[in-house]
Design a protein around this ligand. Structure first.
Ligand code: 26Q
Length: 803
């Protein structure tokens, strides 16, 4: 164990020469990073093994968190902090003439996720380890993460994210723990001693090889495990027999087809329906994960007795919902249980989180495709559907309509949300309002059918990553003011309430924010060549680009402000820097147009001398976890402006709040709870409410042209999209224009425009009163403590997993 600086230096230099066989002075930054990460891994290895051994003792219930995404970002600093080594490392390296920050940047940002759902998975891993819950992640080791975004000529271009090209210092390949996953073929049914037996034949075998990554708890000696599966060809008899027949090409084809399974993370796509490889990915990691859980359990306990008391399995959205029929398969076909016994165990084990109510995001699979790829699993799903249908008919006296509405299979499609609900003992939403919408609208039938199954677990974030690590200036100030207990228990941030009225403290908070804005300004300068004024309001909108997240509403306010400034160059406004970042799914044309629009507007605004530096528009390319860690600490305004009812929770909103930004928000998702926590006077709210939006959807009554005709600002902006306001992009934005006016503005952008402008004007007014503004920031920080993922995970553990 490394205990001090000198010790650290000694170990580090030894590690370096062992690894690289050369002198440290000849090492590249990458060499130095690799040695440091290796040293950290050595340091945590003992606790990793010890933690695992503890979990193998009786009465240690294990949680397995299945997620098709884990958006980890970089791990070096987090691991250093959690292992209690950061300060020692920083000083020791400094004395060796090495800058820790520079080494950190050598690590690839692990982008194995699209956005909120994947990042939530990563925060939960951190919290499970830090709270000391025996919780393991189970996912896919994608060779390529989410694409890298380049902006070329204002357009998004996608490049592959070859994140493993320099290796991954944190993972350990475990070939001895590999299992076989079977696709395709047929199922033969036999009757042996009066019992039906299902035999899967002519399948294609795939080898699932696990790579384990340590998840280090915060200064508590716990090191949990994240197991990511990689697909490989089965070498045994399979390819050799083909090989022997001289079918070399076939063997190579097989190898490539197999490796394709874990090759790439699918982007959250608008036309994502029915991609067979995606279904393969889902079954691949679900089957591998469950087999390894069952193997481990049987190795320790000899049988499956007590299985459902000692194991909990969580399904992060429906992507891993095949856990349900796959566990049934194992219990029925391998363990020889009967249906009822297997079903009772499965149901007790499984729990499911829903992350969306967008109808196009609810997963379905065509029966034909499903059946061909997973013949045995299909039979089980069919049986589940049949039995569930009987139950519904029984309960509702033969109401066929009800049975059809609730069925798992319908119109040739398998509805994964229905499968997940029927197979789990708990279904939760991710914010209060989202959970209410699930219960009262989207899943109303199920809530009535299964009283008590539905519950809420409002999301949270890792405050250790997004405050302690990302914002060292603020973290230090907080610790100096209220002591360090907030690092473990972020509700203690409330102690800052004693300082809200202290002008000296207000000034310090403002100063830290200013320093963070300087850092971001330098980043913007280096990456976009745009000079921004750090005295301006940093108004930040960063998240996936999606129509419902309404980047367009922000854009239209900027256009309106620009129009006002052109009309009156002396207009008195606080200078603003509008900052955007986010990726659009490669196949989502509308989202890509929005990116082009932002960039086109940026060129126009930033180069107009009449604007006199009163506003700047910046689009930062390749948004990822590391970039978020630079932007969020520097934000004055957090844009959370989704159409009410559409954003299940949002988690970026929480990260901004913790870093002392003021939220500009619709009453959607967790914004509502953020407002309740911060207090009405410390958040800026506008727009339609959930009830109003749902009412419009149900009853109609909204006409986008009314907004166009009654508000000259809106008609001006709409026409500017298609006239020569953007001279080089005349027809480029026609689709946006049409979707708003001819497709009646599905997300109420025009409807909310007027109230958004009022809210934005209020931002301007409030920011002028610097003391009052700083007070708002401090209230937000102080009351953000409840949105930490330690709290969320403790609730999951208590109410759902019962550990
Ligand atoms: C599905 C099929 C094929 C390809 C991709 C996908 C796919 C991938 C990612 C579907 C959905 C996602 C991601 C969804 C997501 O991030 N949802 C967000 O989850 C957060 C955590 O709960 C919430 O805070 C956000 O409100 C919600 O949008």
């Amino acid at each position: 164990m490394i205990e001090n600086k000198e010790h650290f230096k000694e170990h580090y230099l030894a590690k370096f020469s062992r690894l690289h066989g050369k002198d440290i002075h000849e090492g590249t930054l990458l060499d130095k990073y690799v040695a440091l990460a290796g040293l950290v891994r050595d340091e945590i290895a003992g606790n990793w093994i010890a933690t695992n051994n503890t979990y193998d003792q009786p009465h240690h219930k294990q949680v397995y968190y299945f997620s098709i995404e884990f958006l980890l970002g970089r791990m070096l600093e987090t691991n250093l902090i959690n292992a209690g080594l950061r300060d020692i490392a920083e000083e020791a390296l400094h004395e060796l003439g090495i800058n820790l920050k520079e080494l950190e940047q050598q690590e690839a940002d692990a982008g194995l996720g699209n956005g909120g759902l994947g990042r939530l998975g990563a925060c939960f891993l951190d919290s499970m380890a830090s709270v000391g819950i025996p919780g393991h992640g189970c996912g896919i080791r994608y060779k390529y993460g989410l694409f890298k975004q380049k902006i070329v000529d204002g357009f998004q271009a996608e490049l592959p994210d070859d994140w493993l090209k320099n290796g991954n210092a944190w993972e350990i390949r475990k070939p001895d723990k590999a299992v076989e996953v079977r696709f395709g073929g047929q199922v033969k049914v036999d009757c042996i001693y009066g019992k039906l037996v299902f035999i899967h034949e002519d399948y294609e075998p795939v080898l699932a090889v696990p790579y384990d990554m340590p998840v280090v708890g915060y200064k508590n000696q716990v090191v949990n495990n994240l197991r990511l599966w990689s697909a490989e060809a089965v070498h045994k008899d399979f390819d050799f027999s083909t090989f022997n027949r001289g079918e070399y090409l076939k063997a190579v084809e097989y190898k490539y087809a197999v490796e394709a399974i874990s090759q790439i993370l699918y982007p959250d796509d608008s036309n994502r329906s029915g991609k067979i490889l995606r279904l393969k990915q889902q079954y691949f990691f679900v089957s591998a994960g469950l087999q390894s859980i069952v193997n481990r359990y049987k190795k320790k306990h000899e049988s499956l007795e007590g299985f459902s008391d000692n194991i909990a399995i969580h399904i992060n959205d429906t992507h891993p919902a095949l856990c349900i029929p796959e566990l049934m398969r194992i219990l029925l076909d391998q363990e020889g249980m009967d249906w009822d016994e297997a079903w009772t165990i499965t149901n007790r084990l499984m729990s499911y989180t829903n992350h969306t109510i967008l109808p196009e995001a609810l997963e379905v699979w065509p029966v034909e495709m499903f059946k061909a790829l997973l013949p045995r699993i299909f039979l089980i799903v069919e049986e589940m559907d049949r039995r569930f249908g009987q139950e519904v008919l029984g309960r509702y006296h033969g109401n066929w309509q009800k049975a059809r509405d609730m069925s798992i299979i319908s119109d040739g499609l398998i509805r994964m949300a229905h499968l997940a609900i029927v197979g789990s003992h708990s279904v939760n939403g991710v914010s209060q309002v989202h959970s209410e919408i699930l219960k009262d609208h989207l899943l109303r039938n199920f809530n009535l059918f299964y009283p008590g199954k539905f519950n809420n677990k409002t999301n949270g974030i890792s405050h250790r990553r997004f405050l302690l690590k990302a914002n060292p200036g603020l973290a230090k100030l907080i610790t100096k003011t209220i002591g360090p207990t907030w690092i473990q228990e972020s509700v203690d941030l409330e102690n800052l309430l004693n300082c809200v009225n202290d002008p000296a403290f207000q000034e310090k908070v403002e100063k830290v924010k200013g320093q963070n804005k300087e850092i971001l300004a330098r980043y913007i300068q280096d990456n976009c060549g745009i000079t921004v004024n750090t005295a301006s309001i940093f108004d930040v909108h960063i998240k996936r680009i999606h129509a419902y997240k309404r980047q367009l509403l922000n854009v239209f306010h900027i256009m309106d402000l620009y129009n006002r400034l052109c009309a009156d160059p002396n207009l008195d406004i606080v200078p603003r820097t509008f900052i955007f970042a986010g990726k659009a799914a490669p196949g989502y044309q509308m989202a890509k147009k929005i990116i082009k629009l932002i960039n086109t507007l940026a060129v126009k605004v930033n180069n107009d001398p009449r604007i006199q530096e009163k506003m700047k528009v910046v689009f930062l390319e390749n948004y990822n976890v590391s970039l978020a860690e630079i932007i969020i600490p520097a934000a004055d305004i957090s844009e959370q402006i989704s159409t009410a009812s559409k954003e299940a929770s949002g988690t970026g909103n929480m990260k901004f709040m913790m870093n002392g930004a003021v939220t500009l928000a619709t009453l959607d998702g967790a914004n509502i709870e953020i407002g309740e926590a911060a207090g009405d006077e410390n958040i800026i709210v506008f727009g339609l409410t959930v009830a109003e939006v749902l009412n419009f959807y149900q009853k109609g009554g909204y006409n986008a042209w009314d907004e166009y005709h009654h508000d000259p600002r809106i008609s001006t902006i709409m026409e500017q999209l298609v006239n020569d306001f953007f001279p080089d992009s005349k027809e480029e934005f026609r689709d946006i224009y049409n979707s708003l006016l001819y497709d009646n503005d599905e997300f109420f952008v025009l409807k909310d425009f007027a109230s958004y402008v009022v809210a934005q004007n209020r931002v301007d007014e409030l920011y002028r009163q610097r003391n009052a503004w700083n007070k708002m920031c401090i209230y937000n920080i102080a009351r953000s403590g409840r949105f930490y993922s330690d709290r969320t995970i403790t609730e999951y553990a208590r109410d759902i997993w019962r550990v």
